[in-house]
Design a protein around this ligand. Sequence first.
Ligand code: SF4
Ligand code: SF4
Length: 395
Amino acid sequence: MTLQNMRPAMEKCVRCGQCRAKCPSLEANEGNVPGWEIYGPRGRIQLAIGLLDGKVKSSTVVQDGLFTCFFCNQCVRTCPSLVNVTDVILETRRHLVERGCAAPQVLKAHENISVTKNIFGLDQADRVDLWSGDVSDLVESHVGKPARTLFFVGCQGSFKGDLASIPVRMVQVLDKLGEDFTLLGEDELCCGNPMELTGGAEEAIKALAADNVKKIEALGVMQVVFSCPGCYRTFKTVYPPLLGKPLPFTPLMFSEYMLGKIKDGTAKLAAIEGIKKVVYHDPCELGRHLGIYDQPRQVIKSIPGIELVEFKASRENCNCCGMGGGVALHDIKVSDYQARTKAKDIEETAATTVITHCPACFQGILKSCESLRAKGKQVKVLDLVELVAIALGVA
Ligand code: SF4
Ligand code: SF4
């Protein structure tokens, strides 16, 4: 795909502005010029057309406009002309990156993924050791072994120590359920999602896809379980067209996998002391991008004694936590502003626990709750994997 190929999609835009109503980045760019057209979907399309026609020259302002989109997909949902705005934005980012026009930290992230195979530029040999801690023996006994189910950990869970609890609880849950499971260990490569979102080269993403799929297939795996919607969406929707063939296994988000185990009676979830009123935050890449809203809620409701409440803007309307679209990489201030906006949504629900289903959202919602703490309100944040692990008695 090239930006030129996207021209017919861009020209479907009639500039009605309906997409602006729900775009979070129009306001989140408060440190730039809030409400300025280039920080919204309609203006971003016009920037793309201008770049293509040579009427707009790349500059840091143009980069700010295009790289502060959260990939939340609210605009795609609202557009009456059915313009796939996020496709246009991603392709325009690629157009800029190909010309070296992106923030140094974005280009460095691409280089890290190409060289070290993870976004952090860390040593692949540490991909398991950095998170496995107390369950290292359990993990080591499963890494690289042929099995029916593979847990794809992802870079965030593998390398960000403060997120280690998510993969730890995942292997404990799989073990408790008697699942025949495996992991790629240090052979697992970045799925390519951060590159896709921030204009990375298609060939580089394709190489990651081919390598990951080949190694998983070699273990005879039938299904791959994900705790990260970014990895999950990339496998499910980006890999098949890039590789020109369907995946040789079924990708499943943890909530889909878990709901199956609850329904077939394998998993018995018990009441949890101290967790009563919870609200579920829909990750953009799982909800609006893939339509997965019910499964996480059904898993939560399967835990006796839990009251699940909803945000005023819930499901298809759920507001982004600020961590989507690589915005935190380009400009952390814009991301943080959105996290503070999300705090208002949380406060309105009076929930005492927020359940996330994404390592990036976990970080965004933690920031939201920090701003609530500053106001004397204590709200706990748990990933769905952690919640289930507690309800199964393994955490
Ligand atoms: S992208 Fe769609 S909703 Fe937005 S201005 Fe264009 S036609 Fe209207
Ligand atoms: S994906 Fe979200 S942040 Fe990006 S332009 Fe659309 S509404 Fe705005």
